[in-house]
Design a protein around this ligand. Structure first.
Ligand SMILES: Cc1cc2nc3c(=O)[nH]c(=O)nc-3n(C[C@H](O)[C@H](O)[C@H](O)COP(=O)(O)O)c2cc1C
Length: 366
């Protein structure tokens, strides 16, 4: 199976399966001299880790990262960084019933049609366990970004779960880490808890939407045709398991706008150009403008549910399937730190590309 590598200059290759002994990422292209240790990467993994609230799977995976190479005396050396996370809570017996059956909505049937090999234990390589490796790689990217662009902020949060929507008027970033939903509105948390409890009791699951806000991104990242920053951000988000749609700025809502409504008018200030609105989501012509970059994506409901669904088995027989095991009722929740990691890797890769091509020259205005 090929295509396990992300990026152009800052790259990572993930390896491993959900029920193998370990998984990880080999990060290459990381500049030398960047302060990096396991504790720094661990903080990102801890945000993604399952079992942290009753609304995520009760699988207990400590997701302890080890750095096997690429650092010396707490700094990167510029050589490949090997990151490893041991799998400690695999229960293959949880998957006994689906060994022969294809879960509707999961990758089982497509994998079988392509590879003809079935690793039913957690879906093997299609399992979102793989995203732990990306979050670890994202931690390396965050360490580099902290050095290169100290003001850059990447903030992910839930903005929708089922038919509950975040009220933008209540947005409070300080609340994101204070509740199980990465929700920037403390007042909405009880309603979100009741809603998800009801979904779970109903032996069901639900979809979600996540927004990632990238603040203080330098202008000039991206390229006009085949390395558009928006293309790469969209691909990065779409590569996360269960993501079904990605939008930048107004996204699909732009279809309903007129040109006068959508124009982000420009004024001149002593500090440089200023945009009066941000319908574009911080990217024009594939290149960052210096405005906030706004990426939004939808995550489908968890396909493994306890309510019987009609499907077929490997012998082609029509059956009804209940998927037991420990599954998140809303996988969108844990997609938040994964999306932040992917955003960090895309921005760093583009920062290094931009330095390689332009040496960081910036067009002056005024
Ligand atoms: C963090 C995270 C955890 C996930 N956990 C589960 C799970 O426990 N059970 C499940 O059926 N799907 C889970 N998924 C979704 C599947 O991995 C995904 O739906 C599957 O690989 C099929 O791929 P697709 O939905 O992208 O087409 C999870 C997704 C994410 C992002």
């Amino acid at each position: 199976m090929s295509f396990n590598t992300f990026g152009r200059i800052f790259t990572f290759t993930t390896w491993g399966e959900s029920h193998g002994p370990a998984l990880g990422a080999t990060v290459d292209g990381c500049p030398p001299g960047v302060a990096l240790d396991e504790a720094f990467i661990q903080q990102f993994l801890d945000r993604r880790r399952p079992g942290t609230s009753k609304f995520t799977t009760q699988r207990q995976e400590p997701d302890q990262v080890r750095i096997l190479s690429g650092t010396f005396e707490g700094r990167t050396t510029g050589t490949p960084i090997q990151l490893m996370i041991e799998n400690t809570d695999q229960r293959s017996k949880d998957y006994g019933e689906i060994a022969q059956a294809f879960r509707p909505g999961h990758a089982d049937i497509a994998y079988h049609l392509k590879y003809g090999i079935r690793d039913y234990r957690g879906g093997g390589r299609s399992s979102a366990r793989e995203t732990a490796a990306r979050v670890a790689a994202g931690g390396v990217a965050q360490a580099v970004l902290r050095d290169l662009v100290p003001d850059l902020r990447i903030t992910g949060y839930m903005c929708q779960m089922g038919n509950l929507h975040l009220d933008p008027a209540n947005f409070d970033a300080s609340q994101i880490g204070q509740n199980p939903f990465f929700l920037p509105d403390a007042s909405a948390v009880p309603a979100w808890e009741d809603y998800l409890n009801a979904i779970r009791k109903d032996q069901n699951s639900v979809g979600a939407a996540i927004e990632v806000l990238i603040q203080n991104c330098p202008p000039g990242l991206g390229a006009p045709v085949y390395a558009k920053l928006d293309t790469d951000l969209a691909a990065a988000m779409m590569s996360i398991n269960a993501v079904k749609g990605v939008e930048i700025g107004e996204g699909m809502a732009a279809a309903a706008l007129t040109g006068t409504e959508n124009a982000d008018e420009i004024r001149m200030t002593p500090d440089g150009p200023e945009f009066l609105s941000n319908h574009a989501g911080g990217i024009l012509g594939g290149i960052s403008t210096g405005q906030d970059i706004v990426v939004r994506f939808s995550v489908k409901p968890t396909s493994s549910i306890l309510t019987p669904r009609r499907t077929i088995n490997q012998r082609g027989e029509e059956i009804e399937l209940i998927t037991k095991g420990r599954h998140d009722p809303c996988v969108g929740i844990r997609a938040v730190p994964i999306a932040e990691a992917m955003a960090a890797c895309v921005i760093l890769d583009h920062l290094l590309l931009d330095r390689a091509q332009t040496g960081g020259v910036r067009g002056r205005i005024g």
